[in-house]
Ligand binder design. Sequence first.
Ligand SMILES: C[S@@+](CC[C@H](N)C(=O)[O-])C[C@H]1O[C@@H](n2cnc3c(N)ncnc32)[C@H](O)[C@@H]1O
Length: 261
Amino acid sequence: MSKDIVAQFEKERRERVSYYEKNRSFSDLSQQWLEISMREKYVYNFDWLGRPIIQYPQDMVAMQELIWLTKPDLIIETGIAHGGSLVLNASMLALLDYSDAVEKKMVLDPAWPQRKVLGIDIDIRLHNRAAIESHPMASRIEMLEGSSIAPEIISQVHEYAKGFNRILVSLDSNHTHDHVLAELKAYAPLTSIGSYCVVFDTFVEQMPDDLFPDRPWAPGNNPQTAAREFLKTHPEFEVDSSVQHRLQVTVAPGGYIKRIR
Ligand SMILES: C[S@@+](CC[C@H](N)C(=O)[O-])C[C@H]1O[C@@H](n2cnc3c(N)ncnc32)[C@H](O)[C@@H]1O
């Protein structure tokens, strides 16, 4: 009986989300809200465990769901900024380690984290580095400073990744087409089958030209154009559009990319 209730709940959720795809007034309003909230710099309003995170709450919840679902032992992320998303990902990995310990009836030793986050940023400001390195999640975090598409950084990331089995990739650095395409070529192949390569800020493609006047990205030159080009020659990946339909408000439409083989 209770199995039936759970199945019914999940069926209703699937049907509701698939109806959202056709509900133009809901999606138009969500797009309009996204545009106004971007102009209002809403994305800078939040912290994760005390570190400023440059994400929408909806996408943070989606990351929590994907991490729980795919149980990575390594998350590779480009774009550290203040460290909020590094700490978010590290805290989710800490909860996975905790869950493993509960299941195995073991005591979790926080000094020996099993799972890690590897962050890459071209400019890790001293105050951000100091705050990240003194954060309770620090033992789960490694950082590399340099351009995410520099050959020496790419080879260090590949070398580090050799010690892990289930990898999730998150790209949130420079949002131009060429940069994101180069990141996808460098890091998407490290994504484990069944796991995700999340490309943030694909929403730029659907926004007006003037939204980021001081940045090189705009419609026609952004993470979504890069992801589309990458996917043309990489059938081992596909967009999991159920995530964007569930969220409605997301900076990553077409950016929740799953490795299917
Ligand atoms: C949007 S912020 C990252 C936000 C962060 N992921 C979060 O959620 O809080 C973008 C970051 O990308 C970094 N960045 C810009 N160009 C880069 C490059 N070529 N390689 C690596 N990082 C880069 C910037 O220094 C900046 O810290």
